[in-house]
Design a protein around this ligand. Sequence first.
Ligand code: HEC
Length: 396
Amino acid sequence: MEAYALEWLNLLVRWLHMIVGIAWIGASFYFIWLDNHLEPPQHDGDVKRGVGGELWAVHGGGFYRAEKFRSRPPAMPANLHWFKWEAYWTWLSGFALLVIVYYVGADLYLIDRAVAELSRTAAIAIGIGSIAGGWIIYDLLCKSPLARNDKALSGVLFLLLCLAAWAYTQVFGGRGAYMHFGAMLGTIMVANVAMVIIPAHKEMVRAAAAGRDPDPKFGAAGKQRSVHNTYFTLPVLFVMMSNHYAFTYGHRYNWALLIALSLAGALIRVWFVDRHKGKQSPLTLIAAGVLLALVAWAGLPSPRDESANAPADFTRVQTVIAQRCASCHADKPTQAGIAAAPKGVVLETAAQIRAQAAVIAQQTVATRVMPPGNLTGMTDEERALIAHWVAQPQTQ
Ligand code: HEC
């Protein structure tokens, strides 16, 4: 009952997380697109009113005209819309989901004793500490003299993020490592909104109300953080769906794949932003494509072991599956925290096991993500047995 209730909570929070995440990233993509497509105002009157750029659009059954003011509107409007709660709710729901999936289920999804022998408390402390620490280090760097040089700052940030990707895979199982990398980036993005971008907007509004020019230091910092957020978006979105792709986080060099995929995502975003401005370079897309191809190549399943001619003993395979898998993958799982057979994969009868031979091998041999965190203590000999069994023609 408790596990079932937790699954429901998981569903609701995940649903919320997606809705607010789409609202946030959607608005953010829209405003970047808008900013990059503005045209000089057509009418002198508009120029005199302080309009610096305008844009016409048709959408949802109406024509829209957006205007961007060079500094401030002649009079402050009665209603000014801010875009911040989408970001805050994305973080709140994301953090709740992190707790529900990775901290309540730390033994399953966070701790992998083959990677590091961590207690639950230690694992959760490392998780939360690293997310907070990531923001503190990032924020200090952005305020340091290094930040005067955009290229140098980006280079240092990139190296530190590579280090974080690697470090996470040295303490957590692949799935938890990836999710923490994404959560750290996502936290930086939301903190950028809350601590830098919104304060910059508040200063703009204060200045406009007082009829003075805003303090330029707010605007410059806000701009810098918005640019970072843009390029973090695609890597974060990849991480948020990475739990569906065990061939990434379950790979031996999962940290290298994470870096390559994140960089590919950032480059694709660079290309789109450049395209808005009409100056995209095919080289950016080619570089992203090469990175994706490299990841695909690295993840290729290894060829079957043809030497395995002696038939594997299927009753032994059945025993292994019964001992290592069936506590979760059963019609009525006995494992605490598992309400129903995960992903509908039931491995109880001989027919069920034979029918799912390929996915069993994929999960236990190719990526080794099952059993999660090797909770049931599957041995290397048992994995070799599965590999051997799958390699022979499935005649019986
Ligand atoms: C402690 C519980 C547990 C044990 C033990 C366990 N699994 Fe799983 N298994 C899960 C969970 C949870 C998922 C769903 C993972 C996800 O959300 O992607 C899963 C998913 C799977 C999937 C579906 C993967 C997909 O992406 O569709 C297969 C196949 C699988 N497990 C096979 C096995 C095999 C084979 C064993 C034994 C060697 C095993 N599992 C042991 C919990 C377990």
